[in-house]
Design a protein around this ligand. Structure first.
Ligand code: GLY
Length: 308
């Protein structure tokens, strides 16, 4: 059964992907074309052009693509000046023997594949970044910026309402191929070079057409420590129901007692046509988009809170 599941910020591209799936398009192609719209939408303040820069005021994008039938993966991390990066991750999957490219190498490959060098720092993101940084820096730091230690600043200027969000699309096409695509600008004011979970297969995303798929938003620093997405799909392979597989992954997250701890949202579906989105310790109400071929139109639904 054709299905599509995505987080609330997916709104600019959700219908595009649904249309592709209705027209029997392959799941990955359908989702990459939808996410490209999310990445270019300035009103989405966590992904692509509308996202937030790192400590130096530079945009660094992460993205991942996984085909659950072949288990092929393409991923890019800390990519400058490139949109849409989920499409670049797809190019890595299709045209290289590698799974992941980062930084300057990813940008070089983007040029080889015909991606323009884009202006990707939204003027409002630049303004907010600079204002916050100015507030936190001493006169000596301001005079020497950017040749100063950044780590102490990254601990103080982070705005918890504006961090770590992502867009994730999980889809099933007419051939029952399951795939997942992710994209993010990552944690606002992150240390340069920081990768979140969105480009890390197994952590931020995983798909296996025989069992299902999972993808996470919010605190990548936790899902990377637990391989949350892979845990869910592996648990289903071992016979867990979708619901129990998610509970198992949440228990693993709850076992973390040290390091940076905050909320995680898990999106998951199984090969039997079930889906679930759970909000693990995010303070705000989490919503998500869902569509399957029995429905006249996509619906925005509320995620169940778990572990709070
Ligand atoms: N989940 C997105 C990130 O950690 O950057």
């Amino acid at each position: 059964m054709r299905m599509l599941l995505a987080n609330a910020e997916a709104w600019p591209g959700f219908d595009t992907t649904v249309e592709h799936l209705k027209n029997d398009g392959p799941a990955i192609d359908a989702m990459v074309s939808g996410i490209a719209r999310v990445e270019r939408e300035a009103k989405v303040r966590s992904v692509g052009y509308g996202g937030w820069p790192n400590m130096l005021g530079e945009m660094e994008f992460d993205a991942g693509v996984m085909d659950g039938t072949t288990r092929e993966v393409g991923a890019v991390g800390a990519v400058p000046a490139t949109l849409p990066v989920s499409a670049l991750a797809h190019e890595v999957m299709k045209h290289l023997p590698h799974v992941m490219l980062t930084g300057a190498g990813a940008r070089r490959f983007a040029t080889e594949r015909g991606f323009a060098v884009d202006e990707v720092l939204h003027p409002d993101s630049k303004r907010v970044w600079w204002e916050r940084l100015q507030k936190e820096m001493s006169p000596q730091q301001r005079a020497a910026f950017p040749d100063i230690p950044l780590a102490p600043l990254s601990n103080t200027i982070t705005d918890p309402e504006r961090v770590r969000d992502t867009t994730v699309f999980l889809g099933v096409d007419a051939g029952d191929h399951i795939g997942v695509v992710t994209s993010t600008s990552g944690w606002a004011w992150k240390y340069p070079g920081r990768l979140g979970d969105s480009p890390i297969p197994g952590a931020g995303f995983y798909a296996d057409s025989r069992y299902g798929a999972a993808a996470c938003t919010h605190t990548g620093e936790m899902t990377m420590r637990c391989s949350t997405s892979r845990s869910i799909v592996l648990a289903m392979r071992l016979g867990y129901t979708l619901e129990d597989a998610i509970k198992f992954a949440v228990e693993e997250l709850a076992e973390l007692k040290t390091g940076f701890l905050a909320g995680v949202v898990i999106h998951a579906l199984d090969a039997q046509g079930n889906h679930q989105v759970v909000n693990y310790r995010c303070d705000e109400e989490i919503r998500y988009w869902y569509w399957d071929e029995r429905m006249a139109a996509p619906e925005l639904r509320v995620a169940a809170a778990i572990g709070t």
